[in-house]
Write a protein that binds this ligand. Structure first.
Ligand code: PGU
Length: 481
């Protein structure tokens, strides 16, 4: 049988009008010398699950809109309160761990190649003792290149036949990976929910904790993030006790995402699901050094899969996760694991407290600023995100309005699921100077009447929208804001 590419080449030679062959990625010279644009197709069938996803992943989409704005307004001084990416340098003691890890590779005794798949023993032990007070077994720790990657690997382990539940709103990776794995049907255009996923509404009305008794279906795997992205709110002990009790009763497994745990300042709030009795038999925890050691680019995280966890047939989840890791991952970088050991030294732990305080001070300022403008806001005290109630406005519209008028990138709540519509997430991971400036800009944008700073700033778009409130209830702008 003729391959699609060969067929295409025949078609190219047979016709002089090639306009129907759009879109055409690159010009090539065909065998009969016609210079044409050809559409190169493989014979590989597309994974149909990708067709179910609505557009691209959230953060690249935001980056695309930011770039488009910058292209149209090259002099714009954009401030990002969008993606939760750290901005402050890695502190000296932690950095010395990375340097040590790198330089020992240049010596015969210090050199190492592939490491243990699960991560170096010292680091697993130090994670278990320093961060979990030895509540977990070091053998249950899988050191990795980050929490996001581990969520993907957990989905590979669970396969396509599980029912996934998510907080709504939630970090989009849980839903997107469930879709890619084939766990879902299509999205419902009306509800904006994927068929086959259990959405657990979390909003101010229920203290951001779902009504578990009201879930429409028994979930197999419950993704639960605390402190939460995007709401910035951390679950209380009684809430997590209720979650664990529910999971045990239903035979569900919780995947607890604790990527922001050290931001918790209220001592009554649990930092790990394993602080809750009974969790070792029903919970996995994904975690990361990204957000408080400046490791978003360095990449180091871990997942705890207790050996007590079993599938319905009695087989071990730990064994299957180990199989996924050893088959698809070759261990976290040895250099980076030395950095991880330094984070967990006394000096490293003190250094991360300084970074966390820095970002939490930013969060407090952002929250106070929007509250002073008359808006209800949540989070920011035990987590690095401030979640602003837009009073019924479309979050993508407000996102665009703020980008255009204040040159600030934010994240629309709708990007985190239908339950996030009407809210805006502000990330505290900017520099203090940028947060100060962003707060000033937001306040000015909200002033009724002409806004002086807009006229001063060169290169800004759309003077027609001058004087409208961004969040406000006052003058309606071009897109109804
Ligand atoms: N888990 C949660 C809840 C997160 O919010 C993030 C990052 C991660 C895991 C990723 O951790 P790593 O260990 O660095 O892999 N969320 C950021 C960044 C966006 C993204 O796509 O990861 C955010 O802005 O929501």
């Amino acid at each position: 049988m003729m391959r699609p590419v060969a067929l295409l080449a025949v078609a190219l030679c047979a016709t002089s009008s090639l306009a129907f062959l759009t879109p055409a990625p690159r010009p090539v010279r065909s065998r009969c010398g016609v210079r044409a644009r050809i559409l190169h197709m493989s014979g590989v069938e597309r994974n149909p699950n990708f067709g179910k996803l609505m557009g691209g992943y959230l953060f690249p989409e935001i980056a695309r809109r930011r770039s488009a704005f910058l292209e149209a307004n090259p002099e714009a001084k954009i401030i990002s309160l969008g993606i939760g990416d750290t901005t402050q340098p890695i502190p000296p003691h932690i950095l010395s761990g990375l340097v040590h890890g790198a330089s020992k590779l240049g010596t015969p005794p210090g050199y190492s190649g592939y490491g243990p798949d699960q991560g170096v023993k010292d680091l697993r032990e130090k994670i278990a003792s320093t961060l979990y007070g030895n509540r977990i077994d070091p053998d249950d720790v899988f050191v990795s290149d980050g929490a996001k990657c581990d969520i993907g690997r957990l989905q590979v382990m669970f396969g396509k036949n599980v029912v996934t539940a998510v907080q709504d709103p939630s970090y989009p990776v849980y839903v997107d990976t469930a879709v890619i794995m084939g766990q879902t049907g299509l999205i419902n255009e009306q509800s904006r929910q994927f068929d086959g996923i259990v959405y657990m509404p979390c909003n101010p009305g229920n203290d951001f904790f779902p009504d578990l008794a009201a879930l429409p279906q028994r979930p197999d795997v419950i993704y639960f993030c605390s402190p939460n992205n995007p709401t910035g709110v951390a679950a209380t002990r009684p809430q997590l006790e209720a979650l664990v009790a529910y999971a045990r009763e239903q035979g569900s497994v919780i995947v607890f995402d604790a990527a922001y745990a050290p931001f918790i300042r209220d001592p009554s709030l649990p930092k790990s699901i394993f602080e809750i009795e009974g969790a070792l038999e029903c919970a996995i925890e994904v975690n990361s050094f990204s957000k408080y050691a400046g490791f978003t680019g360095v990449r180091l995280g871990w997942t705890v899969v207790p050996k007590q966890l079993k599938f319905r047939d009695g087989s071990s989840m730990h064994a299957d996760f180990n199989r996924v890791m050893s088959t698809t991952f070759n261990g976290a970088s040895n250099i980076v694991q030395d950095g991880g050991l330094a984070i967990l030294d006394k000096e490293g732990l003190a250094e991360i407290q300084i970074l966390i305080s820095y970002y939490l001070a930013n969060a407090a300022k952002l929250r106070a600023t929007v509250e002073a403008m008359g808006y209800k806001a949540y989070g920011g005290d035990n987590g690095p995100y401030v979640y602003v109630d837009l009073g019924g406005k479309s979050s993508w519209d407000v996102f665009s309005e703020i980008l255009e008028k204040a040159q600030i990138v934010t994240t629309p709540g709708a990007g985190f699921g239908p339950g996030g519509e009407g809210f805006l997430r502000l990330s505290a991971f900017a520099s203090k100077e940028n947060v100060d400036e962003a707060c000033e800009r937001l306040q000015k944008v909200m002033v009724k009447g002409p806004v002086p700073w807009m006229a001063e700033r060169p290169g800004r778009a759309s003077p027609s929208s001058r004087g409208n409130r961004v969040f406000g209830q006052s003058v309606a702008g071009p897109n109804g804001i």
